[in-house]
Design a protein around this ligand. Structure first.
Ligand SMILES: *Cc1c(COP(=O)(O)O)cnc(C)c1O
Length: 465
């Protein structure tokens, strides 16, 4: 299996190189040269398999030529052994037709653990045979930072520098990052917004003299390995609800379009998905794009679901690549235009190709709070704001009545206790496995949001390439 850039540049690379690189040098994202497919029989054979065995069956085609099935199984066993639920991503029933796919049983209580626990092990494994020391740089509004830090803490040949906006992540989120005291973990609180932090990371990647001194890498959802790991739970859930004989729909709380794109990949591989519902909050660029063809950047409105407060959805480019007939040169032209004007029209004929599979919904704060309240009153379930937005979208979706709808529950409610309490009157307790979070010592530095200061800080601590 080889991968190429969505913008057509460079040589095709194998899974190992693509994992370590993150972003392609021409600014594109890596995608497989073709979508592998699982036959109906192969999908039926997933029935009753453990999460790890399902993961091996689904991911094997993507790592072919780089990892054997045995090696893949070893890595999955280690990654998913750290989850607190034996089913790793269990389904919970909400009512006759609605289900929650609980993706928050990992170490940092958000779905990002499902991918990053594996990616941390892949990094270590691929670096073992190389004379390279990786410097991972990232910006986080909360969940990615803690999941990446947990996955990389103490691993050989990797340092991680994580920038978060000072005072603008929840205390649980900050402590999940700053109480990890492994010497290869470096937390930086930026005096600025998440956008400032993200702009600094982009500037460091673009600064050739800085980037040239270190082997920089990224762990945000542009990394293909993360998406690949997320394809697994679509199969795992659908098979439990009757696939391949029965179609299943999924509703996905969406920010960077990574999670829902993994569902698109599952559909491309042959999983009978009746519908993927792209749920957004009031930051609705994806809803406007899918429903009206209007992909134009506005300003971010902060909400109770911060992981969906985005304007540019980086993984949307992977879908656009398919919509451009997998023509990298054509997409490069489109993306260059978009980067200049911050707006892009997606023609009706292009949208028609995916309209049967992908629909969207925009849920406002009242709709979100109502979904939290109904879940609590109807089935005694506390759900987090991101999950609530997707559940509200699922309930308003126009999907045939005999198709079960699975809402991806992307965060544990205890990560957002204030919003949950406002909507339901219940304050969700932190699960035991993160119990003494508030008693642990923190370590981080607060720095101004200037490139020179941040680069100097990193250069002092990182290991040159
Ligand atoms: C990251 C995140 C999302 C958005 O996922 P994308 O892959 O960026 O679309 C939704 N909910 C939670 C809790 C998250 O942490």
């Amino acid at each position: 299996m080889l991968y190429r850039s969505t913008r057509g540049g460079g040589e095709p690379l194998d899974f190992e190189r693509v994992t370590l690189a993150g972003l392609a040098p021409d600014g594109g994202l890596y995608v497989p040269e073709s979508w592998p497919s699982l036959s109906r029989e192969a999908i039926a054979a997933l029935r009753g398999l453990s999460y790890v065995d399902t993961a091996v069956a689904v991911m094997a085609p993507f790592v072919e030529g780089v990892l054997s099935r045995e090696e893949l199984k070893g890595l999955c066993t280690a990654a998913y052994g750290r989850f607190s639920h034996a089913a790793v991503t269990p389904l919970a029933q909400v009512d006759e037709r609605h289900w929650l796919l609980e993706l928050f049983h990992g170490p940092t209580l958000a779905f990002k653990d499902v991918a990053l626990q594996l990616v941390g092990l892949l990094f270590e494994r691929f670096l073992a045979n190389r004379d390279t020391h990786l410097t991972v740089i990232g910006a986080t509004s909360g969940d990615t930072g803690s999941a990446a830090i947990d996955a990389l803490a103490g691993r050989a040949k990797v340092d991680i520098f994580m920038l978060h906006p000072a005072g603008r992540v929840s205390e649980v989120q900050r402590r999940q990052m700053t109480t990890v005291l492994a010497p290869n973990v470096h937390n930086i609180a930026i005096e600025g917004s998440f956008d400032d932090a993200q702009a600094l990371v982009k500037a460091m990647f673009a600064d050739q003299s800085f980037a040239g001194r270190f082997s920089l890498s990224a762990v945000n959802s542009i990394n293909w390995a993360r998406l690949m790991a997320q394809v697994v739970y679509y199969f795992y859930a659908a098979v439990r609800l009757g696939a391949p004989e029965r179609e299943v729909a999924f509703s996905v709380p969406t920010g960077n379009f990574g999670d829902v794109f993994a569902g698109y990949v599952a559909a491309k591989m042959g999983l009978p998905i009746a519908r993927l519902i792209v749920a957004t909050n009031v930051n609705d660029i994806l809803h406007r794009a899918l429903s009206a063809g209007d992909y134009s950047v506005g300003t971010v409105t902060p909400t109770a679901a911060p992981s969906m407060d985005i304007q540019v959805s980086s993984n949307f480019e992977r879908l656009l690549f398919d919509l451009h007939g997998r023509d990298g040169a054509a997409l490069k032209q489109t993306m260059t235009g978009f980067e200049a004007t911050k707006t892009m029209a997606i023609g009706a004929n292009m949208r028609a190709g995916i309209a049967d599979l992908l629909t969207s919904a925009r849920i406002d704060p009242d709709g979100m709070a109502l979904a939290m309240r109904e879940a609590w009153q109807g089935s005694g379930q506390l759900i987090d704001p991101h999950t609530a937005i997707a559940l509200a979208a699922a309930k308003s979706a126009d999907v045939p009545a005999d198709v079960p709808i699975v809402t991806l529950a992307t965060a544990h409610p205890a990560k957002f206790p204030d919003a949950v309490e406002r909507a339901t009157g219940q304050r969700p307790p932190l699960p035991g496995r993160v119990g003494d979070l508030f008693a642990r010592a923190e370590r981080y530095d607060t720095l101004p949001a200037t490139l020179e200061v941040i680069e100097a800080y990193i250069a002092e601590r990182a290991v040159p390439a």
